[in-house]
Design a protein around this ligand. Structure first.
Ligand code: ATP
Ligand code: MG
Length: 397
């Protein structure tokens, strides 16, 4: 899945311009990391008031498919990446006519469709050693009739645009599938067998233009209501064998994709200890935020290096870390509507606290507003700070 890039291109060094499609928090943290290295960064995003736009050297305010805006971005930047998984793959292809694009349109497009993504995992299962959950495409009522008994109970997921558990319905019977399929407007879905999860992990890998790749320490993730709640590294449940298997699989998959940049792969660990590959994100990932404070090279600095075709950075973790996502909920008293300002002074007084707020000024319940990463000499100390932060912020544990 290579793009039109010639086999060798020289590195892009600061102070040249890097570009990013999307203006969210991932873009903002990318901008910060690239600027720290001396790059200038342009962001293309339709919303004028956006987290990455506040930090960028230049904001191109336009739709992701706007031809003129894409031309401007490609003209200004030596390389462009995306922070937003659902950027039109076509736009990435258009940009690649004029500048280096990493990851390329083909890789982004595989990750955008749960069907293509599952096919990619299945096709490469022998090499990677991991399979996805048993699944079936549901595009018609006949497909629902044809569901094998052992795929139920399951989860019906829209093929495109799902995130943070959105576009997913848990189903027990074919009748449930029919109702859920109709509720989602009869769009093509994927039915996945509900697996008995013991815990969830993710692996960040990065691959350079020259084919060299690196893999970060495995992260253990806890979700709440479909949204990432905490990431702990090293994961308290993760065995050395599980870590090695997941990291090896990630390195095989990133190579098979011919990917350039940072890729995150999510896995399930089942109650019998087996590893199942869930999905991948063609960009830095929420579960990799711990790398900012706990690793030599953050996932965002790594993305800048990969797209600029510079040597990849050291992925070594220097401190155990726990990351807590900060949702808009903490701006409200209890379950009610009364607004409050979170006690950041108390959170910042905790040992090892690193606060990251994304500059969003309208907190809503369930909206990612920031995160805190606690780093400490031992995991127990980092976890202790996390517990205290939850008590301060009124987050039940
Ligand atoms: P993300 O925010 O990671 O993009 P998403 O909305 O794309 O999430 P998934 O990662 O597919 O969705 O699923 C969200 C969560 O639902 C998983 O982290 C896991 O806890 C649970 N889940 C998903 N699929 C299964 C499955 N087949 N069996 C059991 N649990 C599952
Ligand atoms: Mg997921």
């Amino acid at each position: 899945m290579s793009d039109k890039t010639p086999a060798f291109l020289p590195s892009a060094t600061p102070p040249t311009w890097l570009g990013v499609m999307g203006g969210g928090q991932l873009g903002r943290m990318f901008v910060h990391a690239a600027q720290m290295m001396g790059f200038k960064v342009a962001v293309l995003e339709p919303a004028k008031d956006c987290p990455a736009g506040h930090a960028a050297d230049h904001l191109i305010c336009a739709g992701y498919g706007d031809e003129q805006a894409l031309g401007e971005l490609a003209g200004q930047c030596v390389a462009v990446t995306t922070e937003f998984e659902n950027v039109p793959a076509q736009s990435m292809a258009r940009l690649a006519d004029h500048c280096f694009v990493a990851p390329n349109a083909a890789c982004v497009s595989v990750a955008q469709s749960r069907i293509e993504e599952k096919r990619f995992f299945t096709d490469n299962a022998q090499a990677s050693g991991v399979l996805p959950a048993p699944h079936k495409t549901i595009a018609s009522l006949q497909d629902i009739e044809d569901i094998a008994d052992d795929l139920l109970p399951g989860i019906l997921k829209t093929v495109r645009m799902g995130y943070d558990g959105k576009g997913q319905v848990r189903v027990k019977t074919r009748e449930d599938v029919r109702a859920a399929f109709e509720k989602m407007g009869n769009v093509t879905c994927l039915l996945e067998k509900m697996l008995p999860l013991a815990y969830e992990v993710s692996v960040l890998a990065a691959r350079g233009h020259n084919g060299a790749s690196v893999v970060y320490p495995i992260a253990e993730n806890v979700h709440r209501d479909g949204i990432l709640f905490t990431t702990t590294v090293p994961g308290p449940n993760v065995t050395a064998e599980c870590a090695r298997k997941a990291q090896d699989a990630a390195l095989v998959l990133i190579e098979r994709l011919g990917y350039v940049g940072v890729l995150c792969i999510e896995f399930f660990v089942l109650q019998d200890g087996s590893l199942v590959v869930n999905e991948m994100a063609p960009r830095p990932h929420n579960s990799g935020h711990y790398t900012i404070d706990a690793c030599v090279t953050s996932q965002f600095a790594q993305q800048a290096r990969a797209m600029a075709r510079l040597p990849l950075g050291d992925v070594r973790q220097h401190s155990p870390a726990v990351m807590l996502n900060i949702l808009g909920d903490v701006w409200f008293e209890g379950e009610g509507n009364a607004a409050r300002e979170p006690a950041w002074d108390a959170v910042l007084a905790l040992p090892g606290a690193n606060l990251h707020l994304y500059g969003k000024d309208d907190p809503r319940r369930g909206r990612k507003m920031g995160h805190v990463t606690f780093v400490a000499p031992t995991l127990a100390e980092a976890q202790d700070s996390l517990r205290q932060a939850c008590a301060i912020l009124g987050i039940p544990l």
